[in-house]
Design a protein around this ligand. Structure first.
Ligand code: GRF
Length: 211
């Protein structure tokens, strides 16, 4: 079991970074309990990096193609993250699976636009729509070495409406996802959290804290 609090966040992005923006906006209030100290990406020229720069947050980019092996890329990403001594790394629309070096650098929180364990992977919204589900949603989970297989921290349901296409449904999910991510990261920061096996609990600690 581990019990820890969250203060310093490193956020990883691959795209538009609206989840990052939600965290940046929330952490402008010191009572939120956590702040973004760096933003990392696996590609250049994305809106997420622009958002970070506008907020005055340091950024880094590590591209898989710049390394001979995926394992070397993973070590490089882990080194970049460790330099900021984060309490929590948030993968907010980061479209790469991270390996052991990164997972060992700090706890990694991930967000996914479906109700896991249904529809894991890069096309969670498309796959849910194709299956014909009437309810989908979003999941905030701790990452492990699998594809969206880590212990679940929080989930929220979102209805699928008759005329939805992937883009419309994803936007409806993202509205909920941003709020849930901000709420969960803030609570982890303020109340501490524990993980025991697959069970994640925020707050309600009886003992002292360790990392
Ligand atoms: C989110 O729905 C995330 O779960 C998925 O990609 C989206 C990223 O959105 N993996 P943004 O870049 O935060 O706007």
């Amino acid at each position: 079991m581990c019990v820890s609090k969250v203060g310093r966040l490193v956020v990883l992005v691959s795209g538009s970074g609206t989840n990052l923006q939600a965290l940046l906006d929330a952490s402008a209030d010191p009572s939120y309990g956590a702040r973004v100290v760096a933003v990392g990406a696996d590609r250049e020229g994305i809106e997420g990096l622009v958002r970070a720069s506008k907020a005055g947050i340091p950024t880094f980019v590590e591209k898989v193609d710049d390394y001979a092996t995926r394992a070397e890329w993973d070590v490089a990403v882990a080194a970049r993250i460790s330099a900021y001594a984060p309490d929590l790394v948030v993968s907010a629309g980061f479209m790469k699976i991270l390996g052991k070096p990164t997972l060992q650098a700090a706890p990694l929180l991930n967000t996914h636009p479906a109700l896991l364990p249904s529809f894991p992977g890069a096309h969670g919204v498309r796959d849910a729509l194709a299956h014909g589900v009437k309810v989908t949603g979003c999941t905030v989970m701790l990452a492990d070495e699998g594809v969206d297989t880590g212990p679940i921290v929080a989930q929220e349901a979102v209805p699928v409406l008759p005329d939805d296409d992937e883009a419309v449904l994803h936007e409806r999910i993202k509205t909920v996802e941003r709020r849930l991510l901000v709420e969960i990261v803030g609570r982890m920061a303020r109340e501490g959290w524990t993980v025991s096996g697959r069970s994640v609990r925020i707050g309600n600690h009886t003992g002292g804290e360790s990392t």
